[in-house]
Design a protein around this ligand. Sequence first.
Ligand code: SF4
Ligand code: SF4
Length: 457
Amino acid sequence: MKTSNRSNENLIFKTADIDGKIYIREQKGYFQRIRRVLSYFLIILFVTVPFIKYKGAQAVYFDIALQKINVFSFTLFPHDLVIFSLVFIFFAFLLFYITKIYGRVWCGFTCPQTIWMLIFNWVERRIEGAHNHSKALDKQPLTFEKFVKKTVKHAIWLGISLITALVFISYFVPVDQLYLSFFTLKASSLVIYWVLFFTLCTYVNAGWIREKMCLHMCPYARFQSAMFDNGTKLVSYDQFRGENRGKRKISQEKKEGLGDCVDCNLCVQVCPVGIDIRNGLQYECISCGLCVDACDMTMEKFNYQKGLISFKKSNNTIVSWKKHIAYGTCVSLSLLAMLIWGLNWQNFNVNIIRDRQALYNINQTGNIENTYLFKIRNKSNQVKYYHIQVEGLDNANIVSHAKIKVLPGELNVSAINVEVDKPLAKKRSDIYFYIAEVGDDNYMAKKTSFYSGEGSW
Ligand code: SF4
Ligand code: SF4
């Protein structure tokens, strides 16, 4: 096995400045294209979803004041939140499974921190020039040109942060009102506060904190290595092929004893977390594949085989079926649980409470009567009518109105009286209410009790 004779010499080429700032070199290539496509898709989704209308209302809307969430025809209330647990469990297992197969690709390709960090870096490169120009600019004393460049860059960063914050807040404040009221300063102080708060968070996070979030604050980064094994595809440098590394000219023949690494240092310059993958697997690596693209580009120039840095398993012979089965089962079960929840979900909810004032009454016609409080929550976005039927006692009838109108999202409370016109054998009998939306056969059944009182009749 060949080993490096350069030890830490490459540290002098690090893109990080003494103050710790990393000047990310832009890179094109296969993995960069994948990230671009994924980023465009996710950004378009994030920005457009609040503008989608469904039956005249915002299709996806978190109404904090009324404690409900609209998702197209679904309106979820606090007692529906089990679906969120199931969704989180499903995505957690899916993330663990993907991490087990491909390492931290979530971090490198789809994490908002990485996407926004690279957007901000793109802006910086357009204004300050290539990464080394940007570094030189930072070392210069303040000149008019530097002042203008820095002002424009930070203004654009703030603009992007403001747009990000407004889009995020539009999931919680009706989009029809938010933009107009914010820019005409008619929005409430609470809305203005949250928009400015998230603007600041985005600006500081993507502009200043950048990779330090991934390195020191992200909890996922801390435990993801526990999911790796020898069968996980990780970004790795082929040390056997690359060493001994050494600079050379494209036209020059490879000298005896040199490996394929031409020590161009591009893999370090493009790395958003500022590491040198040639030093081996490091926890900082977010599996973004930028160093793979950079190295492949160099290999192409030198007419060497690509893949000196690549996504690969540390042991190709290992196929950990047990882990695939375990993760696959967890993902499938959580998906199944979500489907079952969805199939059983009804867009109304009913709670029945017996009148606590009296177990029963004798009404004007001389029949025995029980009163029930029906709490019906209409979880849809339209006015609904519900009808109620009673069963379980042959001679039981609903005295009061058995059809109830409930406004969208409203919790309607109605008293329903049930009378029995014949004496009952038992003091307490089971009784069943069937509640359904008018015109729909999908009943919700509720069991409760009917009291007739001992010796009272
Ligand atoms: S080492 Fe390569 S894959 Fe890892 S973060 Fe740096 S550029 Fe991305
Ligand atoms: S990009 Fe490839 S050739 Fe260049 S220094 Fe890195 S590993 Fe060596």
